[in-house]
Design a protein. Structure first.
Length: 255
């Protein structure tokens, strides 16, 4: 019998946005789960593992639908907001662009992030893709021809990037997170060496709140101007990823 070591926890949010209840915990894999993302229609959950597997789960049954082999450690796998594409990033320069239904490979994008792409996210109109990696750079790409639009050099290594539905985006990493507007202008920054590394980040639909996970096993909730609250700190290991359903009813975290 296979030993299932790493888990996915699915939570339900209250209407007041202040509390959460764990609905189900799935011992999903013998490999570390680095990535989680809900499909835009909230029918599927996407996970990525250190084994190189990207797994598509049904939300109602948590049964496996499809599996894709990335060929290296997966740090992030996300749906485009129209659910037509999936982006996969990890321990290689190439980002894999997959069909959102079949997980078939469509294209590869060489990001030149010094051999590790930690995170990526599609803009809400699906016209741009943001990536971050081991080179301390954040890059924005045009999804029509995959040309590079913008590069920002971060003070520290960036582990997570995320678009809000107003097309602002948040960058998070070693002891910090920052928010940027559509003109690539930084509007808020938090740099605090007492805070553990932020490893996962998701902005709640509506753009006002985010959740973040860190290497100390904490789950944070914050608004877009930096008011932080620890929602849960009972996880025994690093939390690498978190994700909201598009209707904000659920979020999931994994590590």
């Amino acid at each position: 019998m296979q030993s299932w070591l790493f888990l996915i926890a699915v939570f339900c949010l209250t209407a007041q946005q202040t509390a959460a209840w764990c609905l189900k915990t799935v011992f999903a894999s013998a490999s570390e789960i680095k990535s989680l993302d809900f499909s835009p229609d909230s029918q599927y959950l996407l996970s990525g593992e250190t084994s190189g597997k990207v797994i598509l789960w049904r939300m109602d049954t948590l049964e496996i639908v499809k599996v894709y082999n990335f060929g290296a450690v997966v740090w992030e796998a996300v749906f485009s907001k129209d659910q037509k594409l999936i982006g996969v990033a990890g321990a290689q320069n190439n980002v894999h662009i997959l069909n959102g239904l079949t997980l078939a490979l469509i294209s590869t994008l060489n990001t030149n992030h010094n051999n590790i792409v930690f995170d990526l996210d599609f803009r809400y109109d699906s016209q741009c893709l943001i990536t971050c990696g081991n080179d301390q750079n954040t890059k924005i790409w045009n999804t029509t021809d995959w040309s590079l639009i913008n590069t920002d050099n971060n003070k520290h290594i960036c582990y997570s990037v995320e678009y809000a539905d107003n097309n602002w985006y948040v960058v998070a990493g070693q002891h910090y997170y920052e928010t940027y507007d559509t003109n690539f202008t930084r509007n808020y920054q938090l740099h605090d060496n007492s805070i553990m590394d932020f490893l996962g980040l998701r902005i709640r639909p509506g753009g006002q709140y985010l959740i973040a996970t860190n290497s100390n096993g904490n789950l944070y909730s914050a608004d877009m101007i930096g008011n932080n609250t620890i929602v849960a700190d009972a996880f025994p290991n690093s939390l690498y990823s978190c994700g909201y359903s598009r209707d904000s009813s659920y979020f999931a975290t994994a590590g």
